[in-house]
Ligand binder design. Structure first.
Ligand code: GLU
Length: 417
């Protein structure tokens, strides 16, 4: 079994070395501040009960409260959650928002549960981690397998437990229960915002794009890209992959996905998944689960630019192969940061009790991402490194500036955890 956390950490330690930072200097970043494992009792609709494993990993709060999503996935393990928590610490630092990094995981396939079972599970998870979280300690959000409704249940449970309406304890909520306008589209649109900077750095237009993964993130990216004049030449989901050199219409693909659960049926030719990844296109967007591109298929990739909208979509080894082939990989901690940046604006709106328009939120997200992307390119040029290393170095510089003034994880409230 590959140890994701260890692999990511050695990559980061290498980026640290380029800044002259020893492993000692990186100090507390080498391990999460806190790992909590819980058993969530779940009563099924048929009256039977089972215990579902879950985790909350708080990696670092040197720059602000812990922040990160909760993943519902049947194969999620503590190592994945640790790895994703570390990526959150880096991501928040790259885009310079005042948060640390955390992640939650619940080992379940949410598609096997009824809506009421999912609600009980979501509320049960919050009851288990309640002493650890809160608007100024740790702010969970959606991730793979969870979504707006999950957050609505979670924030409601948290508000009940804390005897007060506390919307700022979670982000990614529905607008009706304190969510931010624009949050839903922000990760996908944000990927496009980053691509705008990439395009200006390359000095050449990027016209054709293929999108792997057509969930919320993949769809919103495709919508924005098509609206801005790019041609969507291919798209895939877990079932199918379709291509059309003349261009697919993201709205039609979404329609077919909603009607049949599949992307096939909106025009185009069906191809294999690996053929989609190997398309000769300007941009390949990876918006699926981890490790779409690994040593196994890295050689086949032909896009000019790979945009990592999923976390760890390109394995470390594959990243090296792509770099040798001259393919520019836009790393996850920059490319998919639009979601957490919008979460930051959701949190600030909750704290001030004053809400902005969708256009306001999205333009604030775009500004943040443009600055972050330019910062990453500047580090790349200064140190002659690839963009992943540059993003890691930028994050480490910002974290190191905060660490000397940082003592430890906040004390827990006096309960047993
Ligand atoms: N799960 C998302 C991510 O990996 C969003 C996290 C958040 O908004 O806190 O970036």
């Amino acid at each position: 079994m590959t140890k994701l956390f260890e692999t990511t950490w050695s990559d980061i330690a290498r980026a640290g070395a380029r800044l002259g930072l020893t492993t000692d200097a990186l100090g507390s970043l080498a391990e999460p501040s806190r790992i909590v494992e819980v058993g969530i009792p779940l009563t099924k609709d048929d009256g039977t009960t089972q215990t579902v494993r879950g985790w909350r990993v708080q990696h670092s709060n040197a720059r602000g409260p812990f922040k990160g999503g909760v993943r519902f996935h049947p194969h999620v393990q503590v190592d994945d959650v640790k790895n994703l928590a570390l990526l959150m610490t880096l991501k928040c630092a790259v885009v310079d928002i005042p948060f640390g990094g955390a992640k939650g995981g619940v080992s379940i396939d949410p598609r096997t549960l009824s809506r009421s079972e999912l609600e009980r599970l979501s509320r049960g998870y919050v009851r288990q981690i309640e002493p650890l979280i809160g608007p100024w300690t740790d702010i969970p959000a959606p991730d793979v397998g969870s979504g707006e409704e999950t957050m609505a249940w979670m924030v409601d449970e948290y508000s009940m437990l804390s005897h007060s309406f506390t919307p700022a304890a979670f982000t990614g909520k529905p607008v009706a229960t304190g969510g931010s306008r624009g949050r839903r589209a922000a990760t996908g649109y944000g990927g496009f915002d980053v691509l705008e900077v990439v395009q200006s750095e390359l000095g050449a237009p990027l016209k054709r794009v293929a999108v792997e993964g057509f969930g919320n993130v993949g769809y919103h990216f495709a919508e924005k890209a098509a609206e801005q004049g790019m041609t969507l030449v291919g798209v895939s989901d877990i079932h199918d992959a379709v291509t059309n050199p003349g261009g697919l219409d993201p709205a039609q693909v979404l329609k077919s996905k909603l009607a049949t659960g599949r992307v096939a049926g909106a025009g185009g030719h069906e191809v294999s998944h690996s053929a989609l990844l190997a398309m000769d296109t300007d941009v390949l967007v990876l918006a699926a689960i981890e490790h779409s591109v690994t040593a196994r298929n890295a050689d086949s990739i032909r896009a000019k630019v790979v945009l990592e909208l999923g976390n760890n979509s390109v394995s470390a080894e594959a990243g090296e192969t792509l770099a040798k082939k001259g393919i520019l990989v836009i790393p996850d901690i920059l490319a998919n940061a639009g979601g957490v940046v919008a979460s930051y604006f959701e949190w600030t709106q909750n704290l001030q009790g004053y809400y902005w328009t969708e256009a306001d939120v999205l333009s604030k997200v775009r500004d943040k991402l443009h600055v972050a992307a330019r910062d990453v390119f500047a580090v790349r040029d200064e140190h002659t490194v690839n963009l992943r290393t540059a993003a890691q170095m930028l994050a480490l510089e910002r974290l190191m500036a905060a660490m000397p003034h940082h003592a430890a994880t906040p004390r827990l409230t006096p309960v047993n955890v």
